[in-house]
Design a binder for this molecule. Structure first.
Ligand code: ATP
Length: 234
């Protein structure tokens, strides 16, 4: 795992176990869809913290050249300033802080278990439905599914039955599903979060910026200002 220095381990809320969610992504840039998902997850699962983790170099060849890591992190940090439970994370910054290293989610989860996790704390992994459907292509994905609970945010066009289809049958728990919003695995659960549905994507934000169109309302105002000042995505 990376030698990226972790932020200081936050103290436990009133000595009780905390609920910590990891929300990884390229965040190129972070947008209101990401924030709506995190807010809905925070409320529904009473999360103490949501850690936004901008990715280093993506493991799979990415469809586009990502903006440099420091810019993506800066925008995440600006967006997190608006919410007391949101934490910008340097977990995938790498040893030189440049974000040039490949990180796999399983390693990032292990890192969090090691650094942040106290006995009894609960870890969640937030991701969009499109990403969850790709999970079988991720490194050690079975170990990943067994390592923490998942919160899968619906995206337009996603059907909830698809959730079960990507989970290998041998990982499923014995209890039959009682709730279409939760798939029980042996040690963990996959929760569907469908109370928020935003069709904003970073692709659309970049496309608009490239055409010099406004992105007002699609990204937080501070992020919009940052993009403008740094002349990103032109
Ligand atoms: P891109 O358009 O560049 O592929 P993106 O908008 O999907 O980017 P990412 O940074 O890749 O943004 O997303 C991080 C995570 O947030 C992914 O798991 C993705 O599925 C999820 N996500 C992004 N936008 C939404 C949205 N509008 N609703 C639900 N989940 C989302």
């Amino acid at each position: 795992m990376s030698s990226a220095p972790p932020s200081r381990t936050p103290s436990r809320a009133n000595g009780r176990a905390r609920r910590i969610a990891l929300f990884g992504g390229s965040f190129d840039p972070i947008h209101v869809g990401h924030l709506a998902v995190a807010r809905a997850a925070q409320r529904r699962f009473h999360l103490d913290q949501v850690h936004f983790i901008p990715s280093g170099r993506p493991p799979h060849k990415h469809r586009h050249q990502l903006a440099p890591f420091p810019h993506r992190f800066a925008m995440v940090a600006l967006a997190c300033a608006e919410h007391p439970h949101f934490v910008p994370s340097l977990a995938e910054a790498g040893p030189d802080w440049g974000g040039g290293q490949v990180f796999y989610s399983i390693d990032t989860v292990r890192h969090y278990r090691h650094v942040f996790h106290h006995h009894g704390d609960r870890l969640y992994f937030i991701l969009g439905a499109d990403s969850f459907l790709e999970i079988p292509t991720w490194r050690e994905y079975e170990a990943l599914l067994n390592s923490c609970d998942f919160i899968v945010a619906s995206r337009p066009g996603f059907r909830s039955e698809a959730l079960r289809l990507v989970i290998p049958p041998e990982l499923l728990g014995r209890t039959p599903p009682t709730d279409s919003h939760e798939v029980a695995l042996r040690r963990t659960s996959v929760h569907l979060l469908d109370t928020v549905s935003s069709d904003v994507s970073a692709t659309e934000v970049r496309r608009r910026l490239h055409r010099r169109q406004s992105v007002r309302g699609l990204v937080p105002a501070r992020v919009e200002e940052y993009i403008e000042k740094q002349a990103l995505y032109r």
